[in-house]
Write a protein that binds this ligand. Structure first.
Ligand SMILES: Nc1ncnc2c1ncn2[C@@H]1O[C@H](COP(=O)(O)OP(=O)(O)OP(=O)(O)O)[C@@H](O)[C@H]1O
Length: 261
């Protein structure tokens, strides 16, 4: 990043040469014919040691994010976007390199940990508590969260277990819970693409508000439009490496040229 941009701005996340490696056991350990695969399975049955495979998912990524920025993460499937977010949130250890954050980053994913067997109502409370809100704060904001999610627009769905929700409904409620709080660093992993257009517009507006409230927002999305509408800066990852870091238009243009979209 250019030096002149840095002055007077407050860094919220610094990634310094971050490498992340997954270790996977139980993979087949190589290519080959069906007979070879069968042999490997038979050998395993005899108790021979299984190979641990390494997946080097993020390779030497460095950047600094500042307060008030909304940063999009783009890259083809498997390029390391979600992995990088999980590491920033402190959910994955780095193999080498360091992540420094100001405040507690919150990761909002489509798989955010709410409980399917509990009603939407109970999950609002659970999610609020998990984000560190007090019971009073949750009570004050409850109506707002449910209204924002639009879950009750077509009936009293908030009193049904969350497992009965469609994937879009679940994603909307998760986003609404997370967006009810002002975050120092809020990371959103594809949550917007599951809601319908009306909800997307509402959540994009909320992202802009969250930025104004002086936080930093990271957004993983495959939709160039969502990124264009919400982010002023984009990180482009490919095979775990940071290919480009710059203003949204420049990076998306280069990405679209490369991927032919
Ligand atoms: N839990 C895991 N264990 C082992 N390898 C993993 C795990 N999660 C991801 N990977 C691997 O890490 C690499 C990066 O995956 P990641 O999910 O971060 O990519 P992504 O850019 O978010 O992809 P997508 O756009 O498909 O969501 C991939 O090669 C993937 O196979």
């Amino acid at each position: 990043m250019a030096e002149e941009n840095v002055q007077g701005r407050i860094p919220t996340v610094i990634a310094d040469d971050v490498h992340i490696v997954y270790r996977v056991s139980g993979g087949s350990g190589g290519k080959g014919s069906a007979t070879a695969a069968l042999n490997r399975m038979i050998r395993r049955d005899k108790g021979e040691s299984r190979a641990i495979r390494k997946v080097h998912a993020v390779r030497g990524v460095s950047f600094t994010a500042y307060r008030g920025e909304a940063i999009g993460l783009i890259g083809t499937n498997g390029s390391g976007k979600s992995t990088l977010l999980r590491a920033i949130a402190g959910l994955l250890p780095t193999e080498s390199g360091k992540v420094y954050t100001d405040g507690q980053p919150s990761l909002l994913g489509v798989n955010a940990a709410l409980m399917g067997d509990l009603t939407g109502e109970r999950n609002v409370i659970l999610g609020g508590l998990a984000m560190g809100m007090s019971r009073e704060e949750i009570r004050d904001r409850y109506e707002g969260i449910v209204d924002f999610s639009g879950i009750n627009e077509k009936g009293d769905f908030i009193t049904l277990p969350m497992r009965t929700y469609s994937s879009g409904m679940g994603a909307r409620l998760r986003f609404s819970i997370a967006a009810a709080k002002n975050h120092d660093v809020l990371m959103i992993d594809e949550a917007l693409s599951t809601g319908d257009r009306k909800f997307q517009i509402r959540s994009e507006a909320r992202i802009r508000e969250l930025r104004k409230e002086a936080g930093t927002v990271f957004l993983v999305s495959h939709g160039a439009k969502t990124i264009r509408d919400t982010c002023d800066r984009v990180l482009w990852l490919e095979r775990g490496e940071l290919l480009m870091d710059g203003p949204t238009d420049e990076v998306i243009k280069a990405y679209e040229k490369e991927t032919g979209k």
